[in-house]
Design a protein around this ligand. Structure first.
Ligand SMILES: Cc1ncc(COP(=O)(O)O)c(C=O)c1O
Length: 416
């Protein structure tokens, strides 16, 4: 084996067999065994945090909801692919943007729950949302109904259509804290009016982490002939979800948040019957080649294929840990956040309902007191968190129970 071959195969071997290896990713260790999870789950998760991530022990990271971090095997795959690319030790052009990426789309489609031909690889949820908002035929006066809690990346495309093409956009006010999923569904479905053409909403809200009853809303919208567009940026990897079970028309995702992918890869689901109706946004040759199905929407020009290899490696990493174990762990940590937050009634209010159906791994608190001094202290202690009068706390598998305890102990000390 030449030296180059050794470098090239090192990260792949490492992630598959737990061998030490990659310059960028550091020492790669095997994923801890399920037996350890069964006998001592805290020891299992400590090993995952200590050995599978590059996070130093002094860093407490409570905001992967904005931008997730890739574990070591993913970093290894990305850097490995870049090395192979530089050596041209590949058989196809080492890029995406003109390729159909069938193998990668098959793998992603199996995880997100749709067919490869309904799935376009993109850069992030923002790109998918812009594409859909610009690509649906709408006439002046046609109405798009959305919730009051949409992310700017979701709202902006429709706002631009309103300004440019005279469509109407209406926001439905969401409650301060919802009582149950039915309340959220009712608010959306009862907002459908005679001019409503599109319902747009997040599957999990960015500001609050509430899970929307997507299926219920989409079933109703479909019965009224209304198109549904779901911003799924926070869904896959945070909760188990299969797109084909949602009955929606369009769905976008940002796998860097919860699926262990590096930033720069996203996806758009286009339901089969919509493939010929949607206009692409960025175009090159084959933009109108209907035989390509969803593939014609990902012809974006030369792009970094290493990032897509990282996406696949992230899914594999999740599989090796066990997705069900992951969902259960990150929800358990979110529950710990709720319990700790409930102990501080004079300092904050909870925006997360206690109903387990309504949150995954995102919890939200609202401060009753000015939190400025608390933010100063969190920064000093290298706690990476959102700041503001309302704060969303993200718990992923690299979150340690003591990160949560430290956060609330500090809050009590500073604001109590
Ligand atoms: C609900 C929601 N939609 C869309 C986005 C945009 O995601 P990205 O920046 O990965 O495109 C975010 C980002 O936080 C989000 O929370």
């Amino acid at each position: 084996m030449t030296r180059r071959d050794a470098v090239v195969s090192s990260a792949l071997a490492a992630s598959l067999f737990g061998l030490p290896a990659n310059a960028a990713a550091g020492k790669l260790a095997p994923i801890p065994k399920p037996e350890l999870h069964a006998s001592d789950p805290e020891a299992f998760w400590k090993k995952v945090r200590d050995h599978q991530f590059l996070l130093p022990p002094w860093r407490s990271f409570l905001n992967n909801g904005s931008l997730g971090i890739a574990p070591r095997p993913v970093v290894a795959h990305v850097s490995d692919y870049l090395a192979r690319y530089a050596a041209l030790d590949v058989t196809e052009y080492p890029r995406w943007g003109y390729e159909t990426m069938d193998a990668q789309r098959e793998t992603l489609a199996a995880f997100v729950g749709c067919r490869k031909d309904e799935l376009a690889l993109l850069h992030n949820a923002t790109e998918g949302l812009s594409l859909v908002a610009n690509g649906i035929d709408l006439n002046p006066g046609d109405e798009v109904v959305m919730t009051s809690l949409e992310h700017p990346s979701g709202k902006a495309g429709w706002a631009m259509r309103a300004k440019r093409h005279g469509i109407t956009v209406r926001e439905v006010a969401m409650p301060s804290v919802p009582a149950n999923p039915g309340e959220l569904a009712g608010l959306m479905t009862s907002a459908i009016g005679p001019r409503t053409r599109v319902l747009f909403f997040s599957g999990i809200f960015s500001p609050t982490g509430w899970i929307m009853p997507v299926r219920e809303i989409c079933d109703f919208a479909r019965s009224r002939g209304v198109i549904t567009v779901v911003d799924g940026a926070h869904m896959h990897g945070q909760i188990p979800v299969k797109i084909s079970h949602l009955n929606c028309d369009y769905f976008t995702g940002s796998p860097h948040k919860w699926m262990f992918a590096p930033a720069g890869c996203g996806f758009l689901y286009i339901r089969e019957e919509n493939l010929d109706r949607l206009w692409p946004l960025t175009v090159t040759g084959d933009w109108d080649n209907r035989d390509m199905k969803a593939g014609r929407f990902m012809r974006l020009g030369t792009n970094n294929r290493a990032i897509m290899e990282g996406l696949i490696a992230g899914m594999k990493f999740g599989e090796q840990i066990g997705w069900d174990r992951i969902y259960a762990r990150i929800h358990q940590l979110a529950r710990r956040v709720l319990e700790r937050a409930r102990d501080l009634p004079g300092i904050l209010d909870l925006a997360t309902p206690g109903d387990d159906r309504m949150f995954g791994a995102l919890t939200t608190i609202r401060f009753r007191k000015d939190p400025a001094r608390f933010w100063e202290e969190t920064r000093k202690r290298k706690i990476w968190t959102l700041e503001g009068p309302q704060v969303r706390i993200s718990t992923h598998i690299h979150t340690r129970p003591q990160d949560i305890d430290q956060y609330f102990d500090l809050m009590r000390k500073v604001l109590g």
